[in-house]
Design a protein around this ligand. Structure first.
Ligand SMILES: Cc1cc2nc3c(=O)[nH]c(=O)nc-3n(C[C@H](O)[C@H](O)[C@H](O)COP(=O)(O)OP(=O)(O)OC[C@H]3O[C@@H](n4cnc5c(N)ncnc54)[C@H](O)[C@@H]3O)c2cc1C
Ligand SMILES: C[S@@+](CC[C@H](N)C(=O)[O-])C[C@H]1O[C@@H](n2cnc3c(N)ncnc32)[C@H](O)[C@@H]1O
Length: 658
């Protein structure tokens, strides 16, 4: 794994940003806007294409080299001027050296006419770490997916179709490693039919290589100090090039959905509320059905949850999901009320034994210091404000969240109709509709249904075989004291303790695979106090814990819901019996890839299995689900989406011959 580094910027006398790495200028203040518009907007004919977008239409732009985001902001501004109100812009850009927030601010301050757009980008520019980082602007009208890493490594992980390419990335002579046939082949692989491309260079070999990749390129007059630039259209994957391998049918996208934009979401916890919101932002009418009197009454009902990143130095699918999900949730929190709904106070993970210390040292090598830093005991104490048992890893952008606030904020969208006190007992398929029933009462109907009821989705025959397990967890609520207010960050070891919210600290959380009873137990409170003792005797004293009667402690219990591989279960689901028959050959030879299409349960989708980290995984998985459903670029690498795919369990069973 390569650690992300910020761009090293030098500023010239005119205030233009220059890259130290590439010895080239990002743009020139004299003609930057005019050049961007001429090379990328005009050559891709975006004014006409934005204007022609139908109701709920969408255009996807892809870019190499996000840099200062100038091209993105110009495209957004033009989209805003031209496109109908229900249309959407999706911008995917790859960037190896993201600018620091300070440099981004300084660069964008040069363009007062873009200030209204730049402010929104700057307000969301947090937790921009390696991998896929999704941003949502203007209530979902504009989506930005930044792929942080080298274009040649990141683009092959992208699953999506690009309508217009902005081929940027410094002059070919200054950055020959990027301008390669492999890059151009990726642009072609990702190109939608009739995709177009614009680039500021008119270098002959670039034009020929793009032609060879399947684009029909043409030299056209340039602007400013560019004499000529290139424009092109995608005319097709070259016949002589090896065919692009098709996705395995069990992980392929279901046929493009062209029906009514109406969905039922069952369950209004973090997964259900965020799924409803991701669809609502795409113009869907959503009925959100919840059996309780309010949203977030089960696992998502804790007073405080932690943005806890359990990463791997080996770049596993789970680790990639966590890093992307953390960024996405962290940006969503920026819209809520700090101090009550959440706080970005930082999270300290203590090195509570030798093995953990070793793991943390590896993580510090593998990740960007803006994400996590090793701190010794005295620095950890200075940051947290209490005496600790050890040092550890500090995540400055982490913090705590009041999950019901995040759920409520998502469920509040005008396109979402929230139906409380509605328990869905049975799902029936009637024609092309899914019906939700409670006994003989029809609760709601829609062509698409998303099951977001954690482990309770197993009550429906279609999803009964998904291997979801419940793990009971209990938190303890402790009133803040004068002395406990020194605690400034969340501190975790095997358990966790957070700075106070509305006068109370949350201590968490017990783990019990065997207990199905949600009554609060004194034993679990004592367990949570023991966890806190592992963190800090000092804090225990400050909270007056030794003099508290354990039977008087207040708490809350709920079930986490986990899968055997600890990854969530997100996406479309196939009919198990038909799946087993269709792909029976795999039980004899696992390497076969039959080309029979997957027998999908039409219109049925899952968002569940978020385990102990739903605050980080569920909101981004809602975007993943919406992308599956609406045929958009996925917000995660293809391999991560496959690792989370509901069909993975049937496939494994088949291959093992069960
Ligand atoms: C004690 C504890 C501590 C935790 N700490 C953290 C933490 O620090 N950080 C973190 O990231 N995560 C934490 N988690 C995990 C996190 O809370 C979950 O991953 C997340 O809340 C899961 O959200 P969900 O929507 O999938 O499930 P839930 O919040 O359980 O929501 C499911 C909803 O579906 C409804 N429902 C189910 N079936 C039906 C039906 N048939 N009809 C109608 N409604 C239905 C339920 O009533 C419920 O509201 C913790 C969990 C627990 C229990
Ligand atoms: C001229 S700047 C882009 C300007 C940008 N589009 C804008 O609107 O400000 C080129 C960008 O490409 C990035 N870049 C260069 N080589 C890259 C590579 N191999 N992969 C990803 N990004 C790369 C640079 O870090 C830089 O930010």
């Amino acid at each position: 794994m390569t650690v992300t580094r910020h761009a090293q910027i030098d500023w010239d006398e005119q205030g233009n940003p220059h890259s130290r790495e590439f010895c080239d200028v990002y743009f020139s203040t004299e003609s930057g806007l005019a050049e961007t518009r001429h090379v990328f907007l005009v050559q891709n004919d975006l004014a006409n294409r934005f204007t022609a977008l139908p109701e709920h239409g969408r255009l996807v732009i892809g870019e190499t080299g996000f840099g200062t985001g100038l091209n993105f902001l110009c495209a957004w501004q033009l989209f805003e001027e031209c496109a109908t109100a229900s249309a959407r812009l999706h911008f995917v850009s790859v960037e190896k050296f993201p600018l620091s927030l300070v440099d981004l601010q300084r660069s964008l301050a040069l363009w007062p006419e873009l200030a209204a757009f730049a402010e929104q980008l700057l307000a969301q520019y947090v937790a921009v770490h390696e991998g896929f980082q999704r941003f949502v602007f203007d209530g979902g009208r504009v989506t930005l997916t930044l792929l942080i890493g080298d274009a040649l490594e990141m683009l092959p992980q992208l699953d999506g179709q690009i309508d217009a390419w902005f081929l940027d990335g410094f002059a070919p002579a200054k950055n020959p490693e990027m301008w390669t046939p492999q890059l151009f082949a990726e642009l072609a692989r990702l190109a939608a039919p009739d995709s177009t491309i614009g680039t500021f260079t008119s270098t002959g070999w670039v034009r020929r290589a793009l032609n060879a990749a399947g684009f029909k390129m043409k030299r056209v007059p340039g602007i400013g100090h560019k004499w000529e630039v290139l424009r092109g259209v995608f005319v097709g994957w070259p016949e002589e090039a090896p065919a692009i391998p098709a996705a395995k049918p069990w992980f392929a996208r279901p046929a493009k959905y062209a029906g009514q934009r109406k969905a039922l979401v069952i369950g209004a916890g973090m997964a259900g509320c965020t799924t409803a919101a991701s669809l609502a932002a795409r113009g869907w009418q959503v009925s959100l059905l919840e059996r309780h009197a309010e949203v977030a009454q089960e696992a998502s009902g804790m007073p405080q949850g932690v943005l806890y990143l359990k990463l791997s130095a080996h770049g596993t699918a789970l680790s990639q999901l966590i890093l992307s999900g953390f960024g996405y949730t962290r940006r969503a929190l920026e819209r809520l009320q700090r101090g009550i709904d959440w706080d970005g106070c930082g999270v300290l993970q203590l090195a509570f034994n030798g093995k953990e210390a070793q793991r943390q040292a590896q993580l510090a090598e593998a990740f960007d210091p803006e994400l996590l830093q090793l701190v010794d005991k005295s620095e950890a104490e200075a940051r947290s404000g209490i005496t600790l048992t050890s040092g550890g890893l500090f995540f400055p952008e982490g913090g705590w969240v009041h999950p019901p606030a995040l759920c409520r904020a998502h469920a509040a969208h005008a396109n979402i109709e929230l139906h409380l006190h509605r328990e869905v007992v049975e799902l029936r398929r009637n024609g092309d509709q899914w019906q939700a029933w409670d006994g003989d009462k029809l609760l709601a109907t829609a062509p698409v249904v998303i099951l977001a009821g954690a482990a309770d989705i197993k009550r429906f025959p279609a999803s009964a075989d998904l291997p979801l397990k419940r793990i009971r967890g209990q938190i303890t609520r402790l009133p803040q004291t004068e002395a406990s207010q020194t605690l400034r960050t969340v501190v975790c070891a095997e358990g966790y303790v957070a700075p106070p919210r509305l006068g109370e600290h949350t201590l968490g959380a017990s783990f019990d695979f065997k207990n199905d009873d949600l009554s609060i137990t004194t034993a679990d409170h004592l367990g949570n106090l023991h966890y806190m003792q592992e963190i800090s005797d000092d804090l225990l004293e400050r909270l007056g814990a030794p003099s508290l009667a354990p039977e008087d402690l207040q708490g809350r219990a709920a079930f986490r819901c986990t899968s055997p591989d600890y990854l969530p279960i997100v996406g479309p689901l196939a009919d198990k019996e038909a799946f087993t028959q269709t792909y029976a050959a795999l039980s004899k030879d696992a390497r076969q890839v039959p080309d029979a299409p997957c027998p999908w349960l039409e219109g049925l989708y899952i968002n569940s299995g978020h385990g102990s980290r739903g605050l980080i995984t569920a909101p981004l998985c809602a975007e993943l689900l919406a992308a599956w459903l609406t045929d958009e670029p996925l917000p995660l690498p293809r391999s991560v989406a496959e690792a989370c795919h509901p069909n993975r369990f049937m496939l494994r069973e088949l291959i093992r011959g069960n």
